[in-house]
Write a protein that binds this ligand. Structure first.
Ligand code: THU
Length: 155
């Protein structure tokens, strides 16, 4: 028996984005401006939209002891779950600001952030949309976390 899972990623040019997407991008961009990333110089901002419409922002927080830092996505997710434990996360917008050329053109969340998103999605039993804006302003979107992480770890 084989199990095959494929990803469906929607690719949208800036001119075709909706008002709500543009608003979330703006907020994630603002978060990226406040990132603390002196070591990588890779500034990431994330904006979560909760089920009641509230927005929670996060950005990457680096540390002189490098592994002690945390990604923008997990900063926002943990802040949301700490302050609004009973609200669902409906979507996450991720914006990166960097001078580096990206090998894939866009940067999906890292595996650790996907695992955290996957776990939250399972707990809340409703999909979390993920959007990533690339430096050329194209938006890459998936309808749920499984599109980027088909098999997560579960106990
Ligand atoms: N980073 C994020 O904030 N999100 C990701 O999904 C991947 C990487 C941060 C961590 C570190 O501060 C910098 O980007 C370079 O890896």
């Amino acid at each position: 028996m084989e199990i095959r899972r494929e990803s469906l990623v929607r690719v949208t040019k800036e001119a075709d984005l909706s008002e709500s997407e543009l608003s979330l991008i703006e907020q994630a961009r603002h978060a990226a401006d406040m990132a603390y990333a002196p070591y990588s110089k890779f500034h990431v901002g994330s904006a979560l939209q909760l089920s009641d419409g509230a927005i929670v922002l996060g950005n990457n927080q680096e540390n002189a002891a490098y592994p002690s830092g945390l990604c923008a996505e997990r900063v926002a997710i943990f802040a949301a779950k700490a302050n609004h434990p009973n609200k669902c996360i409906n979507e996450i917008m991720i914006v990166v600001k960097t001078d580096k050329a990206l090998k894939q053109g866009f940067t999906p969340p890292c595996g650790s952030c996907l695992q955290v998103l996957w776990d939250v999605q399972n707990r809340q039993k409703s999909p979390i949309k993920i959007h990533v804006q690339s430096p050329d302003k194209t938006l890459y979107s998936v309808e749920n976390v499984n599109q980027f992480l088909p098999f997560g770890f579960e106990l």
